[in-house]
Design a protein around this ligand. Structure first.
Ligand code: NAD
Ligand code: IPM
Ligand code: MN
Length: 362
C-alpha cells in the first residue's frame, strides 16, 4: 500500500511555530502505528510569498496539491503586509472552494485542566461538534461596489445557498450527530431577520431531518444561540451552521473552554476527490508570533483529525489521549501562557509527542 501524501503549508505568524509541533506529533504517531507517510513542504500561501511573487499561490497550485491525500495547514494572514481579504481569498478560501471541502468539523471540549471563563463548569460539561458549511453562504464573493468616491458609494455581497450545498452539509451534520451518544443536532438560523436565505436553510433542515429519524433536532436564532451557549453549554451536542455562523460559533466554543489555542478543524471533501485540509481554528496571531508563546494543541489535534479521516482511528485516539494527558495539571507537563503556564510552544509539542509514543490504548 502506498504512503499517504501530506502537503505541509505553515503560512504566516504562529503557523510557522505550531506546524513543526504538529509534524513532531504526526511523526510520533506514524512511527508508533506504522503508518507510511510522504511529507512535502510548501512555502506558498503566506504573505512573504505574496511580497516576493505578487500572488499568494503559484499559477499551478491546484495541480501541485491535487494529488495529495491531505493538506496540513497552519494559518494565513499578516495585515501589515497584505490586506486580509487578499491573503485569505488568495489562499485558504481557494483551497476550501476549489477542493470542495464543504464540511468543516470543529470540535470543542472542556477537558480536565482547561479553565473555562464560565463559573461552575465541570470537565465534560462542554462537548460540542460544530459543523460549518464551508464553500458558500455568506462567503460568496458575489456582489460588488458601485459609485466609488461619490456620495452614493455602496458595497453589496450576496449570500448564496444552493440546495446541493445546504443539503450535503446538513446530511453530514445529522450523520455526525447519529454517531454521538446524545444524538442531538441544533441548527443555527436567523430566519426572523434574514428573510430569504435563512428560511430556506430552515426548510432544508426540516426536509433533511426527516431522513434522519434517529437524531433529535432543534433550532435557535444565532443571537439567542450565542447567549444560551454561554449560559447553558451543557445543552448542546452537534451544532450546524452556515459558513459565517459556523465561523463565529467555532471561536466562541473553544473560548468557553478557556482558550482558542486548542481548537482544531477538518475541512473535508468527504468524497475524497480532492485533498482535505486540517488546520487549527485560530489565525496567525500577530500579537504573540515569533516568541514561542503559541499553544500548539489546536494544530496537534488537527493532526489527530487528519489521521481519523485517513482511516487511522487508533492514531487519532492516541493523539487525543496524549493531549488530554498533557493538559491534565496532575501530569506536571509544560503549559503555554494561554493555559496559565510559562512553557514554550516547543516544550508543549515535545510533551505531546512523548505521550503519543507512551500511550496505552487498552
Ligand atoms: P487569531 O486567531 O490569530 O488571534 C486571536 C487571539 O487569540 C489573539 O489574541 C491571539 O494571540 C490568540 N491566539 C490565537 N491562537 C493562539 C494560540 N495557538 N495560542 C495562544 N493564543 C492564541 O485571530 P485574529 O487576530 O483575528 O487574526 C490574525 C490574523 O490571522 C488575521 O490576518 C486573520 O485574517 C488571520 N486568520 C487566519 C485564519 C486561518 O488561516 N485559518 C483564521 C483566523 C484568522
Ligand atoms: C477560520 C477563519 C477564516 C474564515 C478567515 C481567516 C477567512 O476565521 O478559518 O475560521 O472565516 O473561515
Ligand atoms: Mn474563524
Amino acid at each position: 500500500k502506498r504512503p499517504w501524501r501530506i502537503a505541509v503549508i505553515p503560512g504566516d505568524g504562529i503557523g510557522q511555530e505550531v506546524v513543526p509541533q504538529g509534524l513532531r506529533v504526526i511523526e510520533a504517531a506514524a512511527t508508533r502505528f506504522d503508518i507510511a507517510l510522504q511529507i512535502e513542504h510548501f512555502d506558498f500561501a503566506s504573505c512573504d510569498y505574496y511580497l516576493r511573487h505578487g500572488s499568494m499561490l503559484p499559477e499551478d497550485w491546484k495541480e501541485q496539491l491535487d494529488g495529495f491525500d491531505a493538506i496540513f495547514f497552519g494559518a494565513v494572514g499578516w495585515p501589515e503586509k497584505v490586506p486580509d481579504h487578499i491573503s485569505l481569498w488568495g489562499s485558504l478560501l481557494q483551497f476550501r472552494r476549489e477542493f470542495d471541502q464543504y464540511v468543516n468539523l470543529r470540535p470543542a471540549r472542556l477537558m480536565p485542566g482547561l479553565r473555562s471563563p464560565l463559573a461552575g463548569l465541570q470537565p465534560g460539561d462542554i462537548d460540542l461538534l460544530i459543523v460549518r458549511e464551508n464553500t458558500e453562504g455568506e462567503y460568496s464573493n458575489a456582489g460588488g461596489r458601485l459609485f466609488a468616491g461619490t456620495p452614493r458609494e455602496m458595497a453589496m455581497q450576496e449570500t448564496v445557498m444552493t440546495r446541493v450545498g445546504v443539503d450535503r452539509v446538513l446530511h453530514d451534520a445529522f450523520n455526525q450527530a447519529a454517531r454521538r451518544p446524545r444524538k442531538l443536532l441544533t441548527s443555527a438560523t436567523k430566519s426572523n431577520g434574514i428573510s430569504i436565505t435563512m428560511p430556506y436553510w430552515d426548510e432544508r433542515v426540516r426536509a433533511v431531518a426527516a431522513e434522519h429519524p434517529q437524531v433529535r433536532w432543534n433550532q435557535f436564532h444565532i443571537d439567542a444561540l450565542c447567549a444560551r451557549l454561554v449560559q447553558r453549554p451543557q445543552e448542546f451536542d452537534v451544532i450546524v451552521g452556515s459558513n459565517l455562523f459556523g465561523d463565529i460559533l467555532s471561536d466562541l466554543a473553544p473560548a468557553l473552554c478557556g482558550t482558542l489555542g486548542i481548537a482544531p478543524s477538518a475541512n473535508l471533501n468527504p468524497e475524497r476527490l480532492h485533498p482535505s485540509l486540517f488546520e487549527p481554528v485560530h489565525g496567525s496571531a500577530p500579537d504573540i508570533a515569533g516568541r514561542g508563546l503559541a499553544n500548539p494543541i489546536g494544530q496537534i489535534w488537527s493532526a489527530a483529525l487528519m489521521f481519523d479521516f485517513l482511516g487511522h482511528p487508533k492514531a487519532h485516539d492516541a493523539i487525543v489521549q496524549a493531549i488530554e494527558g498533557v493538559l491534565d495539571p496532575r501530569s506536571g507537563a509544560p503549559r503555554t501562557p494561554d493555559l496559565g503556564g510559562s512553557a514554550s510552544t516547543q516544550d508543549m509539542g515535545r510533551a505531546v509527542a512523548q505521550a503519543v509514543i507512551a500511550a496505552n490504548l487498552d
